[in-house]
Design a binder for this molecule. Structure first.
Ligand code: ATP
Length: 247
């Protein structure tokens, strides 16, 4: 579904991606893990059309993403749940959902958009209770749910999620990740960027590890969870191993 070959990405003279190749097949959850500054968000921006300077090949369903602006990429079926959520504080929850359907406004009638808003609120029932409330008054977890729900309103085929677990308590992370699995089971494809490598790899089918703009490791999620280097750098050792001084 998504094919990236030899992608380099730049902010002026700074090169943030260095020859990245990765692919996402339809129906998969693919996790992209890596430390701060590894280039994970830059890759998400590149796929969504928000990174101006890049070279290499990026294709979505065999269509090149070269020179395509973000709205055109949303139209192809790719939606981003951005890092930091980008919620508009005074705007209501329901208006955020309507905004998520902006790209469909010429194709879908208002009733269809309202029906979809009801459907995404089924996924996160707390949003229904808060439908008329200003989004700035929601908790961090509720705002993350809203950011995901808003992205779904564009009816994407591929959902890009940039650090959805950031700042959330473990129970909420579990709830949100369970919903991501539910979405995958309903046929959505997901590319998930996470610093919380363990949580991401637990729900992913495959994963890639990014370090200073390069893919340094890739494999099935089970292989990565079991990899000594991934364990050391991204998963931490458990306490018993630490006491026994084992690697
Ligand atoms: P984090 O997990 O901290 O969000 P990341 O893996 O998402 O990190 P990126 O945000 O993609 O990392 O950053 C990759 C590199 O690009 C970093 O060295 C960062 O300083 C640099 N960078 C990111 N955004 C910009 C920008 N707008 N201008 C210049 N450099 C940038």
């Amino acid at each position: 579904m998504l094919r990236i070959r030899n992608l380099s990405g730049y902010y002026g003279r700074i090169q943030a991606l260095r020859g990245v190749s990765l692919s996402v097949r339809a129906g998969e959850i693919v996790a992209l893990i890596g430390a701060n500054g590894a280039g994970k968000s830059t890759l998400m921006k590149a796929v969504s059309g928000l990174l101006e300077a890049w070279d290499g090949i990026m294709e979505f369903e065999k269509v090149s993403l070269k020179s395509r602006k973000p709205p055109a990429i949303v139209d192809l079926g790719v939606s981003l749940v951005p890092e930091g959520r980008w919620i508009f504080a005074p705007m209501s929850v329901r208006d955020h959902l309507r905004l998520g359907a902006y790209s469909r406004r010429r194709r879908s009638d208002t009733a269809a958009i309202e029906r979809d808003a009801d459907a995404v609120m089924e996924l996160f029932p707390i949003l229904r209770e808060r439908a008329a409330q200003a989004a700035g008054t929601l908790s961090g977890g509720e705002q993350q749910m809203l950011a995901i729900a808003r992205a779904l309103m564009a009816r994407p085929k591929l959902l890009l999620l940039d650090e959805p677990s950031m700042g959330l308590a473990p129970l909420l992370v579990e709830k949100i990740f369970a919903t991501l699995v539910q979405l995958r089971d309903q046929g959505l494809t997901l590319l998930l960027v996470e610093q919380n490598a363990r949580a991401a790899l637990r729900i992913a089918d495959r994963g890639y590890v990014l370090e200073t703009g390069r893919v340094v490791l890739q494999g099935t999620a089970a292989e990565l969870l079991d990899d000594q280097e991934v364990k050391r750098a991204y998963l931490g050792r458990d306490y018993r191993e630490f006491c026994e001084g084992r690697d």
